[in-house]
Ligand binder design. Structure first.
Ligand code: GAL
Length: 702
């Protein structure tokens, strides 16, 4: 077996998968010393609590094992109570109190919450939603970051903060704004946004004829004469279907515009702090109008927010209390892979208040999420929030301490436990230890594209198609095989991974197909799935055979595809195993030399081919043209690709992950039964036991 394993490893290096960028690398070493593993902290809003409680609260946070405190978010009205008059006394005092306790400070730019004097003086900065309603004071993130006037005010407050704290050694890092998305009401349709969209189009297309061509405006007489005639597409203003190419461009624009706003704030802060303090924002993780990759080069660490339990279903009967291992892990593997370092800026400490139903998490679930974050390489986890609020929009939201301000909640106790456990693990860890060979041999990447996903969602062709679920099926298949996974984008080098999966990669060009081909010829194992390569980057079909650019690569033609209306289900046979499907199935025609992996066992095309594989150069290409119910076919076929490549795989239940980090193995159990972790007899168990209960964790060292 050993020689097969070494052959499978081929030229793939065993060191860290995502290379650091130089400035980021230096600041990371200083801010996040590898020996610290993962640091834990909490959100605190001093402006909301009596000043005489500040010292007590800081001392109690420290006692609970917190290492940093997050402050100043949303505090613009306190930092600049009237235009141009700044008040930092309250923040200075809290930084001093934090430092006295040995707590590092994360500061925020308060820009999601403009003070009333600003919006009263400049109502033109207010955002306008899709229904044409101007948003008003009394909530948050109601201003347009495309407004030049708003940006002027933002620049002033960010400069003031940078000047005052940018060289302050007690300040560890910065979070910009808050979950930039207008909370699902994006994009903003204000005149400022419309103008910036038009300017972006002018820059992209140069002349209006090019835009008309690339949006297919010949259809339905949609031709424009000038860029200033174009508006952000708003389905609420259209009597019939929208133009998908225009929609795709507006999504690109909004993501770039938001990235530009974050860069605008980053550039200001950097003038003061350079890379001595880290800068990030707190991204929403599970896909939105904002693409975190676009600021990957700006931030020292990519951070995101995590709320696993808010009345959502998740997998299994306990999923609504445990959260989803697949969702958490996919997000972490994506955020970490953007620039090599990630942290969780918000993790719920217990019940939240904003779900339609807000259940209690399962006992131990908070610790489970913290340790799952640790296993995915997080540099820090911060909880939203330290104290339960007594008033305001987030009433009912749990904190580390309850409404009396001092008594730890159940979640608070779990944070304190993990803080102790991390201290214990720091003594046993081997920071930066290379991945063990058998584990490294399974290194895999999922190729992910926001643009492809927007385009799929703009025109699903079957309303039951779920792009996210499709991605998770492949990601889960890899985790079940025990693979370390990076979720990467096209800017990364594929050759670092023995296995690469591009699920439903709908938009592509010849350059990407050439890169895939040379990856495979060099020994890589590529898996492509249904809907890949059907369109060019504009979202046009090819004037050629269906998915023409990938046909040589996959060694098959795609005769047609089918989708089944509920409650119909089709079935697939793969090596004697039966799987159900309904959302999307392609019927393939293999070329000579291509091996059939799965066939349809019913419908009028029974016997038709659903999945194929073939050897190309030193590697293989596998094409899976169907989306199976529950991802069972994907799990089987992905596992087979690894096995055929001579790589030893695990067979873990979905929701039970085993990962390696800094010399430690970590198992986390999101399933609803006890699972035996694959702990070798010679290993030393540091936390938990071989049998890992529901919501349990085991950590061991070989
Ligand atoms: C987050 C948001 C926080 C807070 C939290 C409540 O999405 O960033 O500011 O509102 O939800 O759970």
């Amino acid at each position: 077996m050993k020689h097969i394993l070494l052959r499978a490893l081929g030229c793939f290096a065993l060191s860290s998968m995502i290379p650091d960028m130089p400035a980021q690398s230096a600041s990371r070493q200083a801010s996040f010393p590898p020996a610290d593993l993962m640091q834990i902290g909490a959100y605190y809003y001093p402006e909301a609590w009596p000043a005489d409680q500040w010292p007590r609260d800081m001392a109690n946070m420290k006692k609970m094992g917190m290492e940093f405190v997050h402050m100043g978010e949303f505090a613009w009205a306190y930092l600049e109570p009237t235009e141009g008059k700044f008040d930092f006394a309250w923040l200075d005092k809290n930084i001093e109190l934090a430092a006295a306790q040995g707590l590092k400070v994360v500061l925020c730019t308060p820009t999601p919450t403009p003070p009333i004097w600003l919006t009263e003086k400049h109502p033109e900065v207010l955002m306008i939603d899709a229904a044409g309603r101007t948003q008003v004071h009394g909530t948050r993130q109601h201003a347009s970051w495309s407004s030049p006037v708003y940006r002027e005010y933002v620049a002033k407050i960010v400069n003031e903060l940078g000047r005052r704290y940018g060289k302050d050694k007690r300040v560890w890092g910065w979070q910009l704004d808050n979950e930039l998305t207008h909370y699902g009401k994006e994009p903003d349709f204000s005149p400022a946004s419309q103008k910036k969209f038009q300017a972006w189009l002018q820059k992209r297309y140069g002349d209006i004829a090019a835009l008309n061509r690339d949006w297919g405006n010949q259809f339905w007489s949609q031709l424009y004469q000038r860029f200033d005639q174009v508006r952000l597409p708003n389905p609420q203003e259209y009597v019939a279907q929208f133009n998908p190419h225009q929609m795709l461009d507006s999504q690109r624009w909004f993501a770039e515009e938001t990235a530009d706003y974050l860069k605008f704030q980053t550039d200001i802060l950097r003038r003061y702090c350079g890379h001595d303090q880290w800068i990030t924002t707190n991204h929403i993780h599970n896909f939105s109008a904002v693409n975190p990759v676009l600021n990957g080069g700006d931030f020292d660490v990519v951070s995101w927010t995590l709320y696993p339990v808010h009345g959502n279903a998740n997998e299994g009967p306990m999923g609504f209390r445990l959260g989803s291992s697949a969702v958490l892990t996919f997000a972490a593997d994506f955020m970490r892979s953007i620039n090599g370092a990630h942290g969780i800026m918000e993790l719920q400490p217990g019940q939240v208040n904003w779900g339609e139903v807000n259940p209690q998490p399962y006992p131990g679930a908070v610790r489970l999420w913290l340790m799952r974050s640790f296993a995915t390489g997080a540099k820090f986890v911060c909880t939203y929030r330290y104290r339960q609020p007594l008033y305001g929009a987030e009433l009912y939201h749990y904190g580390l301490v309850g409404p009396d301000g001092v008594t730890p909640t159940n979640g608070g106790e779990q944070y304190a436990q993990v803080a102790q456990e991390i201290t214990q693990l720091r003594l046993a860890a081997q920071p930066g230890a290379p991945l063990p060979a058998a584990y490294a041999a399974r290194r895999s990447a999922i190729l992910y594209s926001y643009e492809a996903r927007w385009d799929l969602d703009n025109h699903k062709q079957n309303k039951a198609w779920d792009s996210y679920d499709h991605l998770l099926k492949y990601h889960t298949a890899l985790k079940r095989a025990g693979a370390p996974v990076d979720v990467i984008t096209e800017d990364k080098d594929f050759s670092a991974y023995p296995f690469l999966i591009a699920p439903a990669y709908q938009l592509l060009d010849a350059k990407l197909v050439t890169r895939w081909r040379s990856y495979v010829e060099g020994g890589g194992h590529l898996i492509l799935s249904a809907r890949t390569g059907q369109k060019d980057r504009r979202g046009f079909l090819w004037e050629a055979a269906w998915a023409a650019p990938i046909l040589d690569l996959i060694g098959a033609k795609i005769k047609f595809y089918d989708t089944l209306p509920a409650p119909n289900q089709g079935h697939i046979n793969a090596g004697g195993q039966t799987h159900a499907w309904s959302t999307w199935g392609e019927i393939l025609e293999p070329a000579a030399g291509t091996r059939v992996l799965a066939t349809y066992s019913d419908q009028y095309y029974a016997g038709g081919v659903a999945a194929v594989t073939h050897q190309l150069g030193r590697g293989t290409v596998t094409y899976i043209g169907v989306d199976s119910e529950g991802g069972t076919l994907e799990a089987q076929l992905v596992r087979d690709v690894l096995t055929r490549a001579g790589v030893p795989v695990e067979n873990l239940p979905a929701g039970f992950c085993v990962d390696f980090r800094d010399g430690l193995w970590i198992a986390t159990n999101f399933t609803e039964k006890t699972v035996a972790a694959p702990v070798p007899a010679t290993a030393k168990i540091l936390i938990g036991a071989r049998d890992v209960p529901i919501a349990g964790v085991a950590v061991w060292k070989e």
